[in-house]
Design a protein. Structure first.
Length: 316
């Protein structure tokens, strides 16, 4: 699991750099992640720059695409719902939603206990993180230890997502309400689990919540040569994509959700997401680092996707 936990650091550093360059605004990422090293000039390593630019722009599309779906769910439920962020890492969504007055009734984060411990340490030691939690808290005293944090609106749980019974037990201890409309978010999480393990997690969610939505962001089209290169690059870092066989196509991504209890499922690649984003802002971020060769970027965007599925007994 060490290599998988390491992807949390990689993603966080990349997000921090993207924010510092101006791809999107996130005033809270700085409290979780060290400042990324300054990138070398484009002429030193053009191929590396194209790859990095592609990843940053893919992150930009991912942040906006996932945020769009989350806010649509919050709007439809009028925030009378709960969010469970699976494999949340150093994500800052709770704080950003609070700033926009869009907090759900309860916001949960789940990750490996080691990652959770680090996040809680940062929260405890940095007032810009701890103060918003206290401001949104009501009722009994806030509970916090090395591997969990529980307030009335925000909880962090240390758990292994591969064991859904243990996950459910820990979430219920932190006041998970199975009767509330529930949004589950998984960004580059399921791919690190075996197909059976991710199926168990998806089945558990679909069978537990009468009204629910799941958002899954991960790789797709991984059987072609570009996909194989991505897999080989990760394997060199001892990082195994245990669930990559389910990432063969948009259809396989949809079928995985439908076969595990979800009523409706959709999947689009990140190139399609990118085309849906406000074009004035797309032009702004493309001007941050000019690159005339975009073939690598387009290939990268075609190998990631956003999938979402729902089961909806209340016709939301």
């Amino acid at each position: 699991d060490e290599a998988v936990r390491g992807t949390c650091e990689d993603a966080s550093v990349c997000k921090r750099f993207a924010v510092s360059v101006g791809y999107w605004k996130d005033p809270y990422i700085q409290y979780f992640v060290r400042q990324a090293k300054e990138r070398k000039a484009p002429e030193i390593n053009r191929g590396k720059l194209e790859w990095d630019w592609g990843h940053l722009t893919c992150y930009y599309a991912r942040v906006h695409g996932v945020s769009y779906l989350i806010k649509a769910f919050l709007e439809r439920t009028e925030c009378n719902c709960q969010i469970v962020n699976l494999g949340a890492g150093m994500d800052t969504l709770f704080w950003r939603l609070k700033d926009e007055n869009l907090l759900p009734r309860k916001y949960f984060e789940v990750d490996f206990p080691m990652i959770v411990a680090r996040k809680i340490h940062n929260i405890k030691s940095k007032p810009p993180l701890s103060k918003p939690i206290m401001e949104s808290h009501s009722g009994d005293s806030l509970l916090i230890d090395s591997h969990s944090l529980d307030s009335s609106r925000y909880s962090i749980v240390g758990a292994d997502l591969r064991f859904s019974s243990d996950l459910e037990e820990k979430l219920k201890k932190h006041s998970l309400d199975v009767h509330l409309p529930t949004l589950l978010v998984a960004e580059c999480v399921l791919v690190y689990m075996t197909p059976q393990q991710s199926a168990n997690l998806l089945k558990w969610a679909a069978s537990t919540f009468p009204v629910a939505m799941v958002i899954n962001y991960e790789q797709v089209n991984m059987r072609d040569r570009f996909g194989q290169i991505m897999i080989e690059n990760l394997q060199r870092r001892q990082c195994n994509l245990a669930g990559v066989e389910l990432c063969t196509s948009l259809q396989s991504q949809r079928e995985r959700l439908l076969e595990n209890g979800w009523e409706n499922a959709h999947a689009i690649d990140m190139m399609k997401v990118y085309s849906f984003l406000p074009q004035a802002d797309v032009k702004r971020i493309e001007a941050l680092e000019f690159l005339d060769e975009k073939e690598l970027f387009e290939q990268l965007m075609q190998h990631y996707c956003i999938c979402w599925a729902s089961k909806d007994s209340s016709n939301l």
